[in-house]
Design a protein. Structure first.
Length: 246
């Protein structure tokens, strides 16, 4: 199931200059969202992937929408890698914390699922939002946690990569029954010099010390990154549209 997004003006842009001596591949991940109450494990998924960027003058560009988030429910399955099958997804608005009744503008999704088959779930958006500032809300109903765990049932945060583009999985976790979750997306992203498949779960053994971290709470919306011949990724400049002079 795929959904198209509405137009958004604000984007995050990553431009990677491959100045190394080798052909390179890059994958964009996000830091896991903050989830309250805490869950046992949150999986990060590959958002965008660039493969075979030539050495010397090769350039890779990732662009994502900064506010186009989605609540997703689905199930995880295993083929060559762990993948998520989306059963339903709904666009969400994050809480602003501004003015009276600030939560009214946020989104709350109620997860509908059978107690014996939580993998048959769907999401229903309710009028009265309960998201905290910077968060949206997912409420789960009655189902058996062991069934959800054994069948790979997940709820997830989705992200649109472009206006009118398909929505990909950003992060996911196994929900507990009868729980109200506050989900706050992170503004921290990582670029890893390795090729994954889009939406693939990031293995725990991936070494983020080889990645470059970009925090858009402080960085400009357009970030430029150099991959040097020592195989190191580093931010060149936070000045939009500045071409590195090397």
């Amino acid at each position: 199931m795929l959904l198209e997004t509405s137009d958004r003006s604000e984007t995050y842009s990553f431009t990677i200059y491959n100045k190394s001596d080798l052909r390179q591949s890059y994958t964009l991940f996000s830091k896991a969202p903050n989830v309250e109450p805490a869950v046992q494990h949150i999986a990060s998924h590959a958002i965008l992937v660039a493969r075979g960027i030539p050495p010397g003058d090769g350039i890779a560009t990732f662009v994502i929408q900064s506010h186009s988030f989605y609540a997703i429910c689905g199930s995880m399955y295993q083929d060559e890698a762990a993948q998520m099958y989306a059963l339903d997804r709904k666009p969400v608005k994050l809480g602003t914390g501004i003015g009276e009744g600030a939560k009214a503008g946020t989104t709350t999704c109620i997860l509908k699922a059978s107690p014996d088959n939580p993998c048959s779930g769907s999401l229903e958006v309710v009028k009265q939002g309960e998201g905290k500032p910077g968060a949206f809300c997912i409420k789960t109903g009655a189902f058996h946690y062991k069934e959800a765990q054994s069948n790979g049932y997940m709820v997830a945060l989705g992200l649109s990569t472009a206006p009118n583009a398909h929505v990909g999985v950003h992060a996911s976790f196994i929900p507990s029954p009868r729980t109200t979750y506050q989900i706050t997306p992170s503004k921290v992203y990582y670029i890893v010099p390795t090729a994954f498949r889009a939406n693939e779960v990031k293995p725990d053994e991936v070494d983020l010390s080889k990645a470059v971290q970009v925090d858009f709470s402080t960085a400009s919306l357009d970030v430029q990154i150099i991959h040097d011949n020592e195989n190191k990724l580093s931010i060149f400049s936070d000045v939009p549209f500045l071409t590195p002079k090397l």
